[in-house]
Design a protein around this ligand. Structure first.
Ligand code: ACM
Length: 647
């Protein structure tokens, strides 16, 4: 009886598997709305061709496909006559729009005779092509011809469209400058995962990066500081004779070129001019914008300390704010926003508003007089007064304002949208007031944070692991979803000096965020995401894009052991399922012949170091982490023990 049942089950599950082949082996990020896999593959013919009736409006997609196909296969992809049935790839703009697909959705069908991508708009065709590239063997990413590859695509039917219209990545080019080409490369990477918005953080204390023709000193003075390396924020203050030749800026022609480059790839560019705080570069160029005496001595920050940060607050050591009571500030901003608005076609301009220290305003007679005149009760209302004036200026240029959630404090400007970064609270509050919101909370999407344990990651003050990024949910309970425009991940670059490290910080967490912003919530699945991320790593290896492998490392949770005084209980964990952790307390380097972690560890009496490493299927996978026991004691709030000297 049991045997018979087993036989029936086996046969029927084999049949099910046969009629519905599994989607394993298909690794699309972000995962599509629906995907049905058929039997077998479509194989590219010797002569590859693309057919479309809309060559002009689909040129970018055609070029993208041709570039990949030609480079990797070593063949030459032709454009067929419109309507030619035998072409390998057909790109079709729907004559009658399909409402479900919207402006960015697509249908992708691969049959044994060819590939069809259909969409209402060119953006949809472009995203369909990104998905198609992920269906090809990974070698499609090669820039040189690869032999011995079966250039096949699995038979599939995909229907796909985004959950959110705002799928952003923020790049801070102020703390460290990234060249025009580097920004283009960043755009090339983001569109692969269907991001459609580049938030360009163009101004800050460390550099003003956008040419404003009416205010030339902004870039003559404000774009340059002193080159330093190490732990940014703690550098020795530059001496007057150190050359200020580190940095750079984008000319207006550069900016136009980048906007065009982004638009061709269906990316909007949101410029940020971060005011009234974070404005030291502007003040160094035009000290008359300050309320503080001595501002004419201020220099663009080079990574030396100039703010005090403490639990629950901060203050400025030198005044890095535009003075809200200074009437020169508003004509200055009018000039800035006139040129910014003329350059950037996107409907919003980001006006910053974050982390504005008020301690110099508190001491300013001009600010006191402004408060009396305008009936402003506190410094939040002073900032709100400033933000409302800024909104009027920006709106007079035909643009809408978006700002960090501090712009809520003291009263939100009437039409402003809010980017919620200090958690989701600001976003909830703004939405409850009927304002548009973009969710960008530190807790889920801050790409400058470390990706694993501080013992091994390049140091930053906080950690955001991949699995936490993957749990990002942009719509909080009880909020009208129509007010949540979407979300974005932010890369602040204080500690990011070059593009290789930029990539390390962006990937794979931005794969996770891409899926949170594009894919249906109910399609998210961590284990499957890890599988697809690992497949994507192989593509990134071929693309020569760097990514963090921190997800493979073990993590530590250290607690006071309640059963023994002065003692520790150490839990080890991994983000990725199915990894084994091996450890040592004897200072030797563990491998898979060492003890395997199965339950919380107590520390041998004399041990001063815990070394751990992860394995999968008998092979080392993560990095070895060497964790001083005293570091764990410190984390758990247990008194340190003296470390024995080495003889
Ligand atoms: C921010 O992270 N200061 C917006």
């Amino acid at each position: 009886m049991r045997k018979t049942l087993l036989a029936i089950l086996t046969t029927s599950s084999m049949l099910a598997a046969f009629s519905q082949p599994s989607t394993t082996g298909i690794s699309i990020i972000p995962t599509p709305v629906s995907l049905t896999r058929g039997q077998g593959y479509f194989t590219l013919p010797g002569a590859i061709s693309i057919e479309t009736r809309d060559q002009q409006s689909l040129q970018q997609t055609i070029t993208d496909l041709q570039t990949h196909l030609d480079a990797a296969t070593g063949r030459h992809t032709l454009i067929s006559k419109p309507g030619a049935p035998a072409a390998a790839i057909h790109l079709i703009l729907n004559k009658t729009p399909d409402a479900t697909l919207g402006n960015e959705g697509y249908d992708l069908s691969v049959t044994t005779t060819g590939i069809h991508i259909k969409a209402n708009k060119p953006a949809g065709i472009f995203y369909g092509a990104q998905t198609l590239l992920q269906l090809f063997p990974k070698e499609i990413e090669s820039r040189t011809a690869v032999g011995g590859v079966a250039w096949q695509v699995p038979i599939v039917t995909i229907r796909d469209y985004p959950r959110f219209g705002w799928r952003g990545l923020m790049l801070d080019v102020s703390r460290h400058f990234f060249t025009k080409q580097e920004v283009k490369d960043f755009i090339d990477e983001m569109v692969k995962y269907k991001y459609n918005l580049l938030h360009w953080h163009l101004t800050d204390d460390q550099g003003w990066r956008i040419e404003i023709k009416a205010l030339p000193k902004l870039t003559e003075v404000g774009a340059w500081n002193v080159k330093r390396e190490g732990r940014f924020g703690g550098f020795v203050a530059p001496s007057p004779d150190e050359p200020r030749n580190y940095g750079g800026f984008y000319t207006q022609d550069d900016i136009k070129e980048l906007i065009r480059y982004a638009k061709d790839r269906f990316v909007d560019v949101l410029p940020e001019v971060d005011i009234p705080g974070h404005s030291l570069a502007a003040i160094a160029a035009y000290p008359e914008l300050s309320c503080t005496e001595g501002a004419d001595k201020y220099k663009v920050n080079s990574g030396e300390k100039f703010m005090n940060w403490y639990a629950g607050g901060f203050s400025a050591i030198i005044d890095n704010t535009l003075c809200p009571a200074n009437e020169k500030v508003y004509p200055f901003l009018d000039k800035v926003f006139t040129e910014v608005a003329a350059l950037f076609p996107f409907e919003y301009i980001h006006v910053g508003g974050d982390e504005c220290a008020k301690n110099f305003w508190e001491k300013s007679d001009a600010v006191r007089q402004l408060m009396q005149k305008e009936g402003l009760k506190n410094m939040q209302e002073v900032q709100s007064y400033f933000e409302k004036k800024v909104e009027k200026i920006v709106e007079s240029k035909g643009k809408k304002v978006i700002g960090w959630d501090e712009i809520l404090e003291g009263g939100l400007a009437p039409n402003a949208a809010v980017m919620s970064w200090r958690g989701i609270k600001g976003g909830i509050e703004a939405a409850k007031m009927g304002h548009q919101v973009v969710m960008s909370p530190t807790t889920f999407v801050y790409l400058d944070y470390m990706q694993g344990d501080a013992i091994i990651e390049p140091p930053v003050y906080a950690t955001l692991r991949l699995n936490t990024a993957y749990s990002f949910e942009p719509v909080p309970d009880g909020v009208d979803p129509s007010l949540i425009k979407g979300g974005q991940a932010n890369l602040w670059t204080e500690q990011v000096y070059n593009t290789r490290h930029l990539q390390y910080m962006v990937w794979p967490r931005s794969l996770a965020v891409a899926e949170c912003l594009w894919s249906p919530k109910e399609k998210k699945n961590w284990n499957d995401f890890v599988r697809r991320t690992e497949a994507t790593f192989q593509r990134m290896d071929i693309q020569q894009v760097k990514y963090a492998r921190s997800l493979y490392d073990a993590g530590f949770t250290a607690k006071k052991d309640p059963t023994a005084e002065d003692s520790l209980s150490i839990e080890l964990f991994t983000e990725v399922p199915g990894l084994d952790i091996y450890y040592s307390f004897d200072n030797s380097n563990p491998d898979n012949f060492y003890p395997k972690y199965t339950h919380p560890l107590t520390v041998p009496k004399d041990a001063d170091m815990l070394k751990v490493i992860t394995y999968r299927d008998g092979k080392p996978l993560g990095r070895q982490l060497d964790m001083p026991i005293n570091e764990l004691r410190h984390r758990a709030g247990v008194k340190n023990k003296p470390v024995p000297p080495i003889d």
